[in-house]
Design a protein around this ligand. Structure first.
Ligand code: GLY
Length: 420
């Protein structure tokens, strides 16, 4: 089987790492630039960000299966375009991707179908939004841009003026462009957060895997939000009872609602959940693998991933998806300045010195003058699977300083709370 993977981050590296161990897969192409991926398969630079160009590039490779990593091409309908050309593709259609690409769509889906979530109202008008937000009180709300915003669309105001600035920026100054022209003002809810993933063909779904991630850039959850600085699984509060509740009250009604809506969801459903005093409530959905969560999931997966991808692309997931009953931790190594401005093309060394207990996935790297250099804010991800979170964590933190590049940094508290 010939597989084309779209995307160039650590998520796509881990998918290609898994595909390259799969006996059914004879050839892999990746549309994206990444040093480590280029060591596993042929990489092709996207000629253009435009989906039609991407589709043409993919068709020219005559693949048996296509796997789409990032949300942007999914939300632009790349799956619909490929399926119209009879190319089997793993990922949701444009309309099903709205579960991530429109927070207003997903909130309505939840409220209409009694899927537990916090109350929210949508706004396009600044004056109305400010009035509503002031009535609620800045400390009781979360503001969410409707559209995709690369992790920068959720705001938890810390003062009244902070709240008004956010609303003005989004609705008047249009700092997030179209993505922020409409927004949700949600009631703030409290509790530990967990990301729950399942493979689904739209009707059948796999066993869940539950992962906790760290979004803030600095230790103790300080600093701005990022795409993710690390994660671990299983969460210390995860148990069968909670899992069953989430399946029954959230996953099953979500899949059913998407079917009834005429937008069945096939792919990997990523549900962000808060465990409140009144039970689990959905914070958001994503229509793709998380990053770095995928770098944790791929080593945990027992199956041949091509079977799962193929069955879902064919609309019939029959494989019994099985996750290793182990613990896992991922820590992301970033370039100084991330998630704001950062410098690229730093020479990276030390990966060859890492113990085999730790897998190093590349998030933002490339080859320059035959050398490995950084090519993003998130640069590398160390992933480790062991018999306990404590061991997985220790393995990573004893190895991580072997990796050297200018201005690098990482969080030192990933998974620490799982041991407290
Ligand atoms: N790590 C969070 C995300 O992928 O959205």
């Amino acid at each position: 089987m010939k597989v084309v993977v779209v995307g160039s981050g650590g998520r796509e590296h881990s998918i290609i790492w898994k595909l390259s161990q799969d006996n059914n897969v004879k050839k892999i192409f990746c549309i994206g630039e990444n040093y480590a991926i280029s060591r596993l398969c042929k990489t092709i630079k996207p000629t253009n960000e435009d989906t039609d160009h991407l589709v043409e590039q993919i068709i020219s490779l005559n693949p048996d299966l296509v796997v789409i990593g990032p949300e942007a091409p999914l939300s632009q309908g790349i799956v619909d375009k490929l399926e119209n050309k009879n190319i089997k593709t793993f990922g949701p259609t444009k309309n099903a991707s709205k579960i991530e690409s429109s927070k207003i769509f997903s909130k309505k889906l939840m409220i209409d179908n009694n899927i537990p979530t916090s109350n929210a109202i949508s706004f396009e008008n600044y004056v109305e939004a400010v009035q509503y937000a002031n009535n609620k009180g800045y400390e009781n709300i979360v503001i969410k841009a409707d559209g995709l915003a690369a992790g920068k669309g959720v705001f938890i105001p810390e003062t009244k003026s902070d709240m008004e600035t956010v609303l003005k920026d989004l609705l008047i100054n249009k700092t997030l462009g179209k993505s922020g022209e409409s927004l949700l003002i949600e009631d703030k809810i409290f509790g530990p957060e967990v990301s729950v993933f399942c493979f689904t063909d739209g009707v059948n779904y796999s066993d869940l895997i539950a992962i906790c991630d760290y979004k803030r850039v600095f230790d103790n959850n300080l600093g701005p939000n990022t795409g993710g600085m690390g994660c671990y699984s299983p969460p210390e509060f995860w148990n069968k009872n909670l899992e069953e509740k989430i399946k029954k009250n959230i996953i099953e009604p979500t899949l059913l609602a998407m079917q009834n809506n005429g937008t069945p969801f096939k792919g990997i459903l990523y549900t962000g959940i808060m465990i409140t005093q009144n039970g689990p409530k959905v914070i958001e959905y994503n229509c793709r693998f998380g990053d770095p969560e995928c770098e944790l999931m791929m080593p945990m997966l027992n199956n041949n991933i091509s079977d799962i991808f193929n069955e879902i692309a064919n609309g019939n997931l029959t494989s019994q998806v099985s996750w290793k009953q182990k613990s896992s931790v991922c820590v992301v190594i970033c370039s100084g300045g991330y998630p704001e401005k950062y410098i690229t093309e730093y020479k990276i060394s030390g990966i060859d010195k890492l113990s085999e207990r730790v897998i190093c996935f590349h998030s933002g790297t490339k080859e320059l003058n035959k050398k490995l250099v950084s090519n993003g804010g998130r640069v590398l991800v160390l992933s480790c699977l062991d018999t306990s979170i404590k061991k997985a964590r220790e393995n990573i933190y004893t190895e991580i300083d072997k990796i050297k590049f200018s201005n690098s940094f990482y969080r030192k508290d990933i998974a620490l709370r799982a041991m407290e």
